[in-house]
Design a protein. Structure first.
Length: 594
């Protein structure tokens, strides 16, 4: 940093702040790196002779004054709770530094006007100053000391921190959400990021689409990218299969908890709110949003970055549709005063659709339907994904990829099912399996639901038609298939074995592995290997005689093994009663005679 001293004329505060950080503890390392990068960007900016522009010197003096102030007041004894705030500020300053560098490059290449270039520079300087104000306020020892003395968990009506953490992270980690494959949905992701980083515009973005179109994958990708750039304020992944993730009343307390972890000043404010109104987490959603999110953010609005976003994924997965609609209503009612942005994904149910469309007209909400994207673009995304995932296991011609992508239609879940079928199990049979899938392509239609039904049926027939399987093994597989599909939450191998009154888990695990093309089997966590259904289309198909490939697989059939095996004379794993509908944790329905 000292080598830049002669070139950063008039930036005494910047040099002083960098020097202070160089002497500070490792806790400030992220900020040290960010400020060094910002200093280099400022040096490049001033090489353009931008100092002569009207207004530049004023903004520069204001920013340098803030840098001097924070260099003087930076508190070395900040608690661990300040680390997320420091990291977030550092990430944002790094992102701004890179924006300055890109702007400098465009200016050198004459691809942007000097007016546009100076506006970018001034905007970047103002954003850095706002970040420093946030850091300075959060560095106030009185703020973080009071916040630590009044933890949010003190409220008896507030879920514990362990439960809160599980609610927002378990659906993305336990259920192993993955981001978009490289070179897929690139334009859409950039479009949403442009909305995030634009300080103006609607405060709510509604990304909607039918089941299987990749909404959660897109949301997870955005979370990962925004976290890396410092733009992610909080996230909540709803999932009807996890108790902590399907209750709409947990969404806002979780978001408030994450905001309090990121922003010590927010934690200080909301701690006071919870002391005065300890039951606010049990109040109607509109009041929760106002007291737990909107009011605390407005109180610290002047020190908030302009490009923070909260992501709520799969709101339609909540157990109470009316409550989910109420949350949307509350969010839209407060949209005009929200100092941060909200991205919401869901299926386009009628209640949300009408409300969002009305607000879109008013300029409060942006909306995009994934299933109405340009079909050619979606097809190219699907082909890129299949080529990446299947290229290691089979040689696919351009024609093969075209067929598989065409059959997928707008449903990424079709392509993902093919990948699971190819990847799991015996890799030596991958060529045989891809031929099986391609051979079912004749007679495919433009109806994506019909095509995915046909794919599932092909996989099930091939799986249960394996001559190496004994009848007893097939019956066990179907019992497990029906039980997992019926359950409202993932079931571990141990739980499934206990339902069969078996002390052995290996037969259960082996059977589940053979079903990995249509069921998701996670590794570790939740007391073993949690299994769950992958897709709502599959559950619907097994419940519909017209879509299910065999009466033996139909969940409500009298011939279903789940019914047959519930009688003691057919139990293969012991004489004790071990399998009945009432014993399945969270079962939404079980196979019963009609």
């Amino acid at each position: 940093m000292e080598k830049n001293k002669g070139r950063l004329l008039g930036w005494n505060g910047l040099r002083k702040f960098a020097s202070t950080l160089n002497r500070s503890t490792a806790r400030f390392d992220p900020l040290k790196t960010a400020v060094d990068e910002f200093s280099k960007s400022v040096e490049a900016v001033e090489e353009e002779g931008i100092q002569d522009h009207k207004g530049y010197e004023k903004v520069k003096r204001e920013l340098d004054g803030s840098l001097t102030e924070i260099a003087t007041q930076l508190n070395e004894t900040v608690p661990t709770s300040m680390e997320p705030c420091i990291e977030n500020v550092a990430l944002n300053i790094q992102r701004i530094a890179r924006e300055l560098s890109r702007n400098h490059k465009r200016q050198l290449e004459r691809v942007t006007s000097s007016t546009d270039s100076i506006n970018v520079v001034l905007g970047c300087y103002r954003r850095v100053r706002a970040l420093l104000a946030q850091l300075l306020l959060n560095n106030d020892s009185n703020v973080w000391r009071a916040a630590n003395e009044q933890p949010m968990e003190d409220s008896s009506d507030k879920p514990s921190s362990d439960y809160v953490t599980s609610a927002w992270s378990s659906s993305s980690e336990t259920l192993a959400h993955t981001g978009c494959a490289p070179n897929t949905y690139v334009n859409l992701i950039h479009q949403i990021e442009d909305w995030v980083y634009n300080g103006q515009g609607p405060r709510v973005y509604w990304l909607n689409g039918t089941a299987g179109t990749g909404k959660t994958t897109i949301a997870y990708t955005l979370c990962r990218r925004l976290k890396q750039s410092g733009g992610l304020a909080a996230s909540f992944f709803c999932n009807r299969q996890l108790p902590a993730c399907r209750e709409v009343n947990l969404v806002l307390p979780n978001i408030a908890y994450q905001l309090s972890s990121l922003l010590p000043r927010f934690r200080y404010i909301i701690s006071g709110t919870l002391q005065k109104k300890p039951r606010v987490c049990n109040q109607p959603l509109a009041e929760q949003l106002d007291k737990l999110v909107v009011r605390p953010l407005l109180e610290m609005k002047s020190t908030l970055p302009t490009d923070l976003v909260v992501i709520i994924d799969a709101l339609d997965e909540c157990s109470d549709d009316n409550a989910a609609n109420n949350l949307v209503n509350a969010l839209l009612e407060h949209a005009h005063e929200l100092p941060i942005k909200f991205l919401v994904t869901s299926r386009p149910n009628r209640g949300m659709l009408d409300r969002m469309q009305n607000k879109h007209i008013e300029g409060v909400c942006l909306g995009l339907q994934v299933h109405e994207l340009d079909s050619a673009t979606v097809q190219e995304n699907i082909k890129a994904y299949l080529q990446l995932e299947l290229g290691r296991y089979a040689t696919l011609s351009t024609g093969d990829l075209d067929i598989l992508a065409q059959n997928s239609g707008m449903l990424f879940v079709y392509a993902a099912t093919i990948v699971r079928y190819m990847v799991y199990g015996d890799f030596t049979r991958s060529g045989e399996r891809i031929d099986t899938v391609l051979n079912t392509s004749s007679g495919q239609t433009s109806d994506s639901t019909h095509n995915i039904d046909k794919l599932y049926n092909t996989i099930l027939i091939a799986t249960f038609g394996d001559k190496a399987l004994k009848q007893k093994e097939k019956k066990l597989m179907i019992i497990l298939l029906h039980t997992v599909v019926c359950a409202k939450e993932p079931l571990t191998v141990q739980v499934l074995a206990s339902l069969l009154a078996s002390k052995k888990t290996k037969p259960v695990y082996d059977a589940l592995r053979l079903l990995q093309s249509v069921l998701y089997l996670a590794l570790g966590g939740m007391g073993g290997f949690p299994a769950e259904r992958c897709d709502s289309h599959f559950w619907e198909g097994l419940n519909n005689a017209g879509r299910c490939p065999s009466a033996f697989l139909l969940m409500n059939s009298r011939e279903s093994p789940a019914v047959i095996m519930s009688s003691s004379e057919h139990r293969p794993y012991g004489e004790q009663p071990g399998f009945s509908g009432g014993e399945v944790p969270g079962a939404s329905r079980t196979a019963k005679p009609e």
